[in-house]
Design a protein around this ligand. Structure first.
Ligand SMILES: [Fe+2]
Ligand SMILES: [Fe+2]
Length: 133
């Protein structure tokens, strides 16, 4: 069972952004699987790194579009992104410093965060981006 499954309720009706969200979902699932299957450092380490980089890439993409299309709630939205980045960085740091394991509960938290963020926060930019991206 994947940790997080895409369905159309997550669509923001902008293909470029939906693709990024799907990739985000997929990286969370790959990491989740690797941990459940007890995969070693050589698998988990690089996936965690890729997730960390992708999260930043996705948030920067959204923030640059919010700026470009004068989205009024950008600062509040950015704060939510920053909280998630801190969470992912914490994972990575704990992984590096600790016993090379990722806490499943933290992954579940991130997965829930992402779903809420898409459904409640990302949705709000739809009218500002529609037809532009
Ligand atoms: Fe966002
Ligand atoms: Fe997003």
């Amino acid at each position: 069972m994947p940790l997080i499954e895409w369905n159309s309720t997550f669509s923001v009706e902008i293909q470029k952004i939906d693709e990024q969200h799907k990739k985000f979902f997929s990286l969370l699932n790959v990491l989740y699987d690797a941990i459940l299957q007890g995969k070693g450092e050589e698998i988990v380490g690089p996936v965690l790194k890729e997730l960390q980089q992708y999260v930043i890439f996705h948030f920067k993409s959204e923030e640059s579009w919010m700026k470009l299309y004068h989205y009024p709630d950008m600062n509040k939205h950015k704060l939510e992104h920053e909280e998630a980045i801190q969470k992912v960085n914490k994972f990575a740091l704990e992984y590096e410093r600790g016993q090379k394991t990722v806490d499943i509960e933290l992954l579940k938290f991130l997965s829930a965060w992402l779903q809420n963020h898409i459904l409640q926060t990302d949705r709000n930019y739809i009218p500002y981006f529609r037809g532009k991206l």
